[in-house]
Design a binder for this molecule. Structure first.
Ligand code: PLP
Length: 166
C-alpha cells in the first residue's frame, strides 16, 4: 500500500463479510527508523514515526518527526514511498477490521523473483510487496484457504531496478 487505493478497491466489497480476512502490506524499506521505511501502520512491528496528523487535507496516520514535520520515507518502490495512508485504512486498522504489516525491500525483491520464476509474471515492485506478505504467511494457511492477491501492476517499469539488484 502506498496511499492504499488498490487495497481499498479490493477490500470494500468484502468489508461486511466477517469471514473474509483482509491484509494490507506496506513498505518496510531497509529498517525501522524514521526515514528508512514507509510503514504508517506498522507500529506493532516496531516501525517508528507514525502519529495522527493532517497531510494533503486528510486526517490520518502520518510519518512525522517530533515537531510534526512530514518525515522523509524510503522504499525501493516509488509507488509505496509516501508518508501518509488513505484514511479508510487508518479507520480499518483502528477497528481491527483489516490488519496491516510491512515487508522489506529485500523481501519484495525476492517475491518478484519468485513470481517471475514460477508463474512467468513480472510484478510491479509495489505488487511484489503484497506477494512477500503472502509468502510470509504461508505457514498459517491451509491448502483449501481461498486467497485473492492484488497484483496491482506489471514490472516493466521496474526492469532497471530488477536488472541492477537481482
Ligand atoms: C502498480 C502499483 N501498485 C500500487 C501502488 C500503490 O498505490 P496505492 O496504494 O494507492 O494503490 C502504485 C503506486 O504508484 C503502483 O504503481
Amino acid at each position: 500500500m502506498g496511499g492504499g487505493s488498490n487495497a481499498i478497491g479490493l477490500f470494500h466489497a468484502f468489508l461486511r463479510d466477517a469471514d473474509v480476512k483482509m491484509v494490507g502490506i506496506e513498505a518496510g524499506g531497509r529498517g525501522n527508523g524514521l526515514g528508512e521505511h514507509a510503514a504508517r501502520l506498522g507500529v506493532l512491528q516496531g516501525f517508528t514515526g507514525a502519529r495522527p496528523g493532517v497531510l494533503q487535507g486528510t486526517y490520518t496516520y502520518v510519518l512525522q518527526d517530533e515537531d510534526g514535520q512530514i518525515a522523509l520515507t524510503h522504499s525501493i518502490s516509488a509507488g509505496l514511498d509516501y508518508p501518509a495512508i488513505g484514511p479508510e485504512h487508518a479507520w480499518l486498522a483502528d477497528q481491527n477490521r483489516a490488519s496491516y504489516a510491512a515487508v522489506s525491500d529485500d523481501e519484495a525483491l525476492a517475491a518478484a523473483s519468485l513470481l517471475a520464476r514460477t508463474e512467468g509474471i513480472i510484478p510491479a515492485l509495489e505488487s511484489a510487496h503484497a506477494l512477500a506478505g503472502l509468502v510470509s504467511r504461508l505457514s498459517g494457511l491451509r491448502k483449501d484457504d481461498l486467497i485473492i492477491l492484488n497484483v496491482s501492476g506489471r514490472g516493466d517499469k521496474d526492469m532497471d531496478t530488477y536488472k541492477r539488484l537481482l
